[in-house]
Design a protein around this ligand. Structure first.
Ligand code: C2E
Ligand code: MG
Ligand code: MG
Ligand code: MG
Length: 277
């Protein structure tokens, strides 16, 4: 009896697996088509100086809007793009599009300096010509390198350390800024920040969400801010949704703010409507 049950369970697992495999393959096909048919676009979420509330930049966030069908969240398709390697051409497209957009907005009179942030997957970062492709995009779009921020995650701490440090230093040599995204959720530590010499860290929204609700999380934020100050690393808080979260962060020296309270990710026309007039 036990044996047949075990066998049944195994069949069940196999079906589950082939279902998810089929789904994954279908997704991959759809994603390839999305690239060809220009169904990918960028939204831009504004970032503000905490003290003055002045616009200081924006984060480019990818969106997939199929011609006929509901939009697909990056949380769903980015992992598939990473597994299939499609993230490499997608990532180049994102970087090129965001740099070009920033240049266009500055030419149209957007307040400066305006920093444009782009998310970089580990898979992209590990490409041998990653640094060269970023530099080529900067030259092509004429964006000053100092205005580009690459958001990396702590997962790079798990890649070849020497190679990672070499690449980050090559980018920083050019003036490109590095931000550690989702800080506090992974293996982040003082050591990681120092080793990779990041310019900024982004406090993950999981911590911001609990400000005022959960004393432990608030203490973590205070510790991160103190540590960042001693390392002279700039801090930007993600996922700021309320006035009290904003006040808490500002009063403790958090330099910059990003979140729904000040602005959601916006389509190009909406961003221009709000910030370019
Ligand atoms: P992320 O880089 O940490 O981006 C922040 C996410 O938080 C975005 O979700 C943003 O829309 C959301 N967010 C911003 N403010 C608030 C807030 O106040 N409250 C809440 N609840 N959420 C807020 P989104 O756009 O769905 O992107 C999810 C993740 O997908 C990103 O997290 C990033 O890891 C990845 N991603 C997005 N675009 C790209 C891309 O072009 N390349 C790569 N490699 N990854 C990307
Ligand atoms: Mg990010
Ligand atoms: Mg984040
Ligand atoms: Mg994230």
């Amino acid at each position: 009896r036990a044996k047949s049950q075990g066998g049944g369970r195994q069949v069940f697992y196999q079906e589950e697996m082939s279902h998810s495999l089929t789904r994954q393959l279908a997704m991959e096909q759809a994603l390839r088509k999305a690239i060809e048919q220009n169904e990918l676009l960028l939204h831009y979420q504004p970032q503000f100086a905490a003290e003055s509330q002045a616009l200081i930049g924006a984060e480019a966030l990818i969106r997939w809007q199929p011609k006929n069908g509901p939009s697909v969240s990056p949380a769903v398709f980015i992992p598939i793009a990473e597994e299939t390697g499609l993230i490499v051409p997608i990532g180049n497209w994102v970087t090129r599009t965001a740099c070009r957009q920033a240049v266009a907005w500055m030419q149209q009179g957007l307040s400066q300096p305006f920093l444009i942030s782009v998310n970089v997957s580990l898979r992209q970062f590990q490409e041998p010509d990653f640094v060269a492709s970023i530099i080529a995009i900067l030259e092509e779009t004429t964006l000053p390198p100092e205005l580009l921020v690459l958001e990396i995650t702590e997962s790079i701490a798990m890649s070849d350390e020497r190679e990672a440090v070499e690449k980050l230093l090559a980018l920083k040599d050019r003036g490109i800024q590095i931000a550690m995204d989702d800080f506090g959720t992974g293996y982040s530590s003082l050591a990681v920040l120092k080793r990779y010499q990041v310019d900024k860290l982004k406090i993950d929204q999981a911590f911001v969400r609990d400000i005022g609700e959960n004393e432990e999380q608030s203490t973590i934020i205070e510790a991160i801010l103190a540590m960042a100050a001693s390392l002279k690393v700039e801090v930007i808080a993600e996922g700021v949704e309320t006035h009290s979260q904003y006040l808490f962060l500002k009063e403790r020296g958090c330099g910059a703010i990003q979140g729904y309270y000040f602005g959601k990710p916006l389509a190009v026309a909406d961003f221009e409507g709000r910030f370019l007039r």
